[in-house]
Design a protein around this ligand. Structure first.
Ligand code: KIV
Ligand code: NA
Length: 279
C-alpha cells in the first residue's frame, strides 16, 4: 500500500471518495488499523479513558500522549498519522501550541496534530501550520470542554448552534486546517457544513454527509467489557473483548488441567544427553 499523504487525502476528497480514520493507542492497535487500510490513524486523547482508565481526557499529559504516539508511529506504514494535543497543552498562547505541536512531530513521530476549538483557535492554527505542521481541526462537540458544555451534548441542534458550527468550521479552514472533525452534530447540519467547506470533514456522530468518518477503535471493535456505555453513533463491528476472554479462559482451563503445554509446545533434547542428565 502506498503511503497516504496530505496530497492523497486532498485527491480523495476531490473525487468524492470517503476518507477512513480510526484511533489507535499503541503498536498492535496501529498495526491492525494500518493493515485494514485506514487512510488516517488518530492517536486520540480518548486513550485517556480507553487505554489508561482515566475518567476523562483532561487528565492525560503531553508526555503520556507522546509515548503512545511513538508506539503508533512505529507500527504505521501507510496511514497518515495525527496526534491529539491534550487539554492544557495549547490554549494558553499560540507559542505554547507551536511548542507542543513541534514535540508531537519530533518526539511523538506523528505527521500532523489535532486540536479542539473553532474561531478562537484560528490564530493558534495559523501559527502551527506556518511552522509546517498540518493541523486537523475539531469543532461541534469538543470533549475537552465538557465541564463548560455541561456534559457530552449534541451541538448545532438550534439555528444559532448550527450557525456556530458552520462559522467555527469556516474559521479553522481559513486558518489553514487540512481537514476538520465534526463531532456530535445533526446529520443535516454536518452535510451542509461539508458542502460549504473546501476541506474535507471527518464525522463522528455527524451522519453520512461528511467527507469521511472516524471512530474510536476499542468502541467499534467491541474491545471492552459488557455494560460499558456507548454513544448512539458507535457501531460495534466486532466482539474483540469476548474473543480475548474466551482465549484467556481456555488457557486458564488448560493450565489447570495440564493440557497445556502439549508435547508440540516443548523443546526436544537428544536421548543420550537426557539419559546422562537424568542419571
Ligand atoms: O480522542 C479521540 O479519539 C477523538 C476522536 C473521537 C475524534 O478526538
Ligand atoms: Na480527542
Amino acid at each position: 500500500r502506498k503511503k497516504v499523504t496530505i496530497g492523497t487525502l486532498r485527491s480523495m476528497h476531490k473525487r468524492g471518495e470517503p476518507i477512513t480514520m480510526i484511533t489507535a493507542h499503541d503498536f498492535p492497535s496501529a498495526h491492525v488499523a494500518d493493515a485494514a487500510g485506514m487512510d488516517m490513524i488518530l492517536v486520540g486523547d480518548s486513550l485517556a479513558m480507553v487505554a489508561l482508565g482515566m475518567e476523562d481526557t483532561s487528565e492525560v499529559l503531553v508526555e503520556e500522549m507522546l509515548l503512545h504516539c511513538r508506539s503508533v508511529a512505529r507500527a504505521t506504514k501507510a496511514a497518515f498519522t495525527v496526534g491529539d494535543l491534550p487539554m492544557g497543552s495549547y490554549e494558553i498562547a499560540p507559542a505554547q501550541a507551536v511548542e507542543t505541536a513541534i514535540r508531537f512531530i519530533k518526539e511523538g513521530r506523528v505527521q500532523s496534530i489535532k486540536l479542539e476549538g473553532g474561531k478562537e483557535m484560528a490564530p493558534t492554527i495559523e501559527r502551527i501550520t506556518s511552522a509546517g505542521i498540518p493541523v486537523l481541526g475539531h469543532v461541534g462537540l469538543n470533549p475537552q470542554r465538557q465541564n463548560a458544555l455541561g456534559g457530552f451534548r449534541v451541538q448545532g441542534k438550534t439555528f444559532a448552534g448550527a450557525k456556530k458550527v458552520l462559522e467555527d468550521a469556516l474559521a479553522v479552514q481559513e486558518a489553514g486546517c487540512f481537514a476538520v472533525v465534526l463531532e456530535a452534530v445533526p446529520a443535516e447540519v454536518a452535510a451542509i457544513v461539508t458542502e460549504k467547506l473546501s476541506i474535507p470533514t471527518i464525522g463522528i456522530g455527524a451522519g453520512n454527509g461528511c467527507s469521511g468518518q472516524v471512530l474510536v477503535q476499542v468502541d467499534m471493535t467491541g474491545n471492552f467489557p459488557p455494560g460499558r456505555f456507548l454513544p448512539k453513533f458507535v457501531k460495534k463491528y466486532g466482539d474483540v473483548w469476548s474473543e480475548s476472554l474466551k482465549a484467556i479462559e481456555s488457557y486458564r482451563d488448560e493450565v489447570k488441567s495440564r493440557q497445556y503445554p502439549a508435547p508440540e509446545h516443548t523443546y526436544p533434547i537428544p536421548q543420550q544427553e537426557l539419559e546422562a542428565f537424568a542419571a
